[in-house]
Each structure stands twice: as structure tokens, then as C-alpha cells.
Design a protein around this ligand. Sequence first.
Ligand SMILES: *Cc1c(COP(=O)(O)O)cnc(C)c1O
Length: 356
Amino acid sequence: MNTITTKKLHIERVTTSSIHEVDFTNLVFGKTFTDHMFECDFKDGSWQTPTIKPYGPMMISPGAKVFHYGQAVFEGMKAYKDDNDDVFLFRPEQNIERINKSSMRMAIPEFPVDVFMDALHTLVGMDKDWIQKGEGNSLYLRPFAVATEVGVSASPSNEYKFMILMAPVQAYYKGAVKVLIAEKFSRSASGGVGAVKAAGNYGAQFYPTALAQEKGFQQIIWTDSDEHKYLEEAGTMNVFFRINDTLITAPVSDRILDGVTRKSILEMAKFNGIQTQVRKLTVEELIEAEKQGSLKEIFGAGTAAVVSLISHFGYKDKVYELPKVEDSYASSFKKQLMDLQYNKTQDPFGWRVEVK
Ligand SMILES: *Cc1c(COP(=O)(O)O)cnc(C)c1O
């Protein structure tokens, strides 16, 4: 597919900013958007003029394929501000690479990396006053692509929109969570789309998660779709287990998403001299470790919450409580990652990218 565009970024600015209408101390995650958004249409076999324009509703036909077949992919990333008002992204090349991988799986044309990077830097730079300083505050960036061609015939669209929205957010901290290990439902299946950020993966997860919530859990630990034997992900995050002092996480596969937070934690653990194992872990082994007292921590890892500590897990009508550890890996990784993201420490990994 032709994904070349040589067109220059076109910019239309708002006449008056709506920033003064926003209460930055009471933000609901992802509900408030900044003044501008990015939009680029794909038609006649190529991406058209990349445009930054005022954020607002748009006209789209009810016959657009995205509404009928869910041909849609997205990303989640953040921009951070340090104490000197300098703005940073975290490993943004990973996100464009991954949305293109997601697009390929969903038969959506890939988006040119250079156009994405230029648009992202310009957009974040234009609305950087929307980024609040201070621990936990950030600008959540939501790139996405949807099928816009009109027609309910079941075939890939010939037209798409690639967009980026930006939402100021506060720390996504809800306290330690209780999770239920899945015995029946699956988030993803072998050969399916679980390894990419296809919009429908999330839609399909809402119902089983709501059932778990009725039982008093906040999230589900997803197990493999074939036997429900191996631990795979926690909610919409990758999941880590600490048994004694070894950090264990499942290998990425066609059912497990290759998270940027996951791979960053694995590299940081090695840097810190922590023993890591990337291997399959069974539910049985987890319960055995809990009984032996060697299970010390379970935590989720993803861009939105960074690291999310798990306090209890449920399996087959039993609830297991995790111990409170003094030298928590979860807290340590969260702090190290945030210090890197907020330009508080050296970046030996080369992950931080300044927005100029
Ligand atoms: C987005 C996502 C993650 C986390 O990825 P990050 O790059 O760390 O934000 C993990 N699992 C699933 C299923 C996801 O969709």
C-alpha cells in the first residue's frame, strides 16, 4: 500500500483557547481535550495533507465502515513537563511502530513515521500550556486510525482518518486493585488480534470485566484462551509477578501485547541487577508460590497508570491476599520510570525525547 505523502503540515489555529474553562485539579481521565487535534485522511491510495486544526466534532457518515466492522486501531502515550517547563515524550518511536503493526493486522494502511513525528512534536508544542507540572500530571496522547469509507460491504475500507487527540490528565491512581483470574472468558485468542491495539479488544473486555466487578474485583488477569492455564495480562496492562526476588512476566505472543512499559521495566530490572525471567507462568505455580510464602508482588504495567499494584487475586471462589513488602519492586519501578519521564534523572537508556 502506498503510504508516501510529501505534503507539508497544514496548521489552523483556534482563535481563542478554551484552557481557562478547565479545572486542572478535577480532571476525569480522557474527558477534556486540548485546543488542537491532528487529522490526516487517506484516499485515492495515499495519505493527504496532514492537518492540525481546532479540536471539535466532525461529520462522518453513519455508513462509514468503522461503525460496522470495527476497523480501528489506536495508541496511548504521554507528554510530560519538568520543573523548567521543558516538555518530553517517552519512547515515541515505539508507539508509531506499534500503531503501524496494529494497522497492518487490521488491513489499514501504515502511516508515515516522519509525518507522525513532525505532527506530534508540533501539536504537543502548540498546546504545551495544557501540560501541568508536577508528579503524575501529563498530557495523554491518543493517536488512532479509523475506516471512513461509506459502505456496509464486508471488505477493507479504501478511506481512513488518522488522528491524534490530546487530553490533560492527572495521576491515574486508584489504590491497589483486586483482580480475578479468568477461567472462562478470554481477552484474545491465538491467531487473533490480541497482540495489537485493535479497538475491539477493549470493547470485548468490558462485559467480562463488569461481571468480575460485580464480584468485587476491579480487573481480570487474563489467561491463555486454549486452557486458561497460563497468566497473560492484567486488564489492559501487562503483568509482572515477583516470586522471591525474581521478576517474572510472560513472553509476548500473538495473544499478549508488547507494552512499552513492560519492556522498559524489564530493561530497568536488568540495569538494577534484579533477576528477570520472561517465561510462561501457570496459575498453579502462582498459587503454589502463594502457599509457600514466596509470592511477594503482582503488578500491572502500562502507560496510563505506569505501575498498578495488585493487593488480592481471586481464583475459583478463593481470594488470596498479597503480603505488604518493604522493598517493593512495583514502587521502585514506578519511581524510576517517572523520574526518567519527568526529566528528574539521567537517562542512560536514551528513552526521553524533548519536544522543542
Ligand atoms: C496498551 C496495552 C498495554 C500497555 O502498553 P504500554 O505500551 O505499556 O502502554 C498492555 N496490554 C494491552 C492489552 C494493551 O492494549
